[in-house]
Design a protein around this ligand. Structure first.
Ligand code: IYT
Ligand code: CU
Ligand code: CU
Length: 326
């Protein structure tokens, strides 16, 4: 009888509050000496799955320009911390390396002046266990290093506090990336456009987005197209802090058979052509969609990249007829 009673109590999931813990992921009192240094630290994920249900930044915006949290299969270095910037070779303060050696994906982004992102109710990022996220890597972009130099000689412990639980969440979060390659010819304004069919048997609920370009980006927007109807997921000036913002249209769904599309308007007033590439002298055109699904399955497809200018535009999309393009 006692066993039956206990069983009955445990079977009522609404009364069971998941046990949460806070995990600090902070720089170990670093002291970068060169402005615009990017430092990374890594943390191994558990062999059993962990669910991240919240992120809180700990950063001084006079010092940290941005913080990115990545999931990696293999981290870019085993040394802590390491210099993981695009221009890492210019600074010899720390060992250098990429963010991830393999399997990079963005899980969270904070940038100066920006409030923190709140995940919707019941949503968690699954890390560790059998997922592709074997390590978490945090990158901090140090904008100013003045306080690290004499006479102050201060050190920094910027980072993120993650709220986690071992209780499986009813909704799982994921990130999908749209981007292009291509060239922005000198003295021109071009659209860098991308589009892909979404062909997976899972429904995505996009709730946040992030844009990323370097200096030539004017506006970046992303859409889901269902039966020829365009709906905006997000639109942002990439000169604003490049963090995750709430989707501009709430309650959207991305279903099998829909099209995902994004566009970056890029303006090049320089005397030289600028190409997509990995350094600050190159450009990038990225639109990230943060979504959740009901259940534990996320999209196997995680990105959509197309060639971009001057050869590829939306009108070349294989299902352009479905996109209602004039
Ligand atoms: C050439 C390009 O567009 N690179 C982007 C997108 C990108 C992100 C990830 C490419 C790969 C990745 O594994 I994650 I390969 C890019 O590097 N974007 C920067 C990042 O450093 C992630 C950004 O801030 O969005
Ligand atoms: Cu930055
Ligand atoms: Cu970039």
């Amino acid at each position: 009888l006692l066993v039956l009673c206990l069983g009955g109590t445990l079977a009522a999931p609404s009364t069971k509050v998941p046990e949460e813990s806070k995990i600090d992921f902070l720089m170990p009192n670093v002291q970068p000496k060169v402005a615009d240094t990017y430092l990374c630290i890594s943390m191994k994920a558990n062999t059993t799955p962990t669910y991240i249900v919240g992120f809180a930044p700990h950063a001084n915006m006079e010092i940290a320009h941005h913080i990115l949290l990545y999931g990696c299969q293999e981290p870019g270095s085993k040394k802590q911390p390491w210099n993981c910037g695009e221009m890492a070779h210019l600074s010899s303060d720390y060992n250098t390396g990429p963010v991830c050696r393999s399997g990079a994906q963005i899980l969270y982004a904070w940038a100066m002046d920006a409030p923190s992102l709140k995940l919707p109710e019941g949503v968690g990022f699954t890390v560790g266990g059998s997922t592709d996220v074997k390590y978490l890597v945090m990158q901090v972009h140090y904008k100013s290093v003045d306080t690290f130099l004499p006479p102050n000689n201060k050190t920094d412990s910027s980072g993120i506090t993650m709220t986690t639980t071992n209780t499986e969440m009813p909704r799982r979060a994921g990130v999908y990336l749209l981007g292009t390659s291509g060239i922005i010819p000198s003295h021109s304004t071009v659209y860098m456009e991308t589009a892909c069919n979404f062909d997976e048997d899972v429904v995505l609920h996009p709730f946040a987005f992030r844009t990323h370009t370097h200096s030539l980006g004017k506006v970046v927007s992303g859409y889901v197209i269902h039966d020829g109807q365009w709906r905006e997921i997000g639109r942002q000036d990439p000169h604003k802090p490049q963090m995750f913002y709430n989707a501009t249209t709430p309650g959207l769904e991305i279903k099998k058979g829909d099209i995902l599309a994004a566009r970056c308007t890029m303006q090049n007033d320089k005397d030289v052509d600028v190409s997509i590439g990995s350094t600050q002298n190159d450009e990038m055109c990225n639109f990230y969609i943060m979504y959740y699904t009901d259940g534990d399955r996320i999209s196997d497809q995680t990105y959509c990249f197309t060639p971009g200018p001057t050869t590829w535009y939306w009108d070349q999309f294989e299902r352009a007829d479905k996109m209602n393009l004039a």
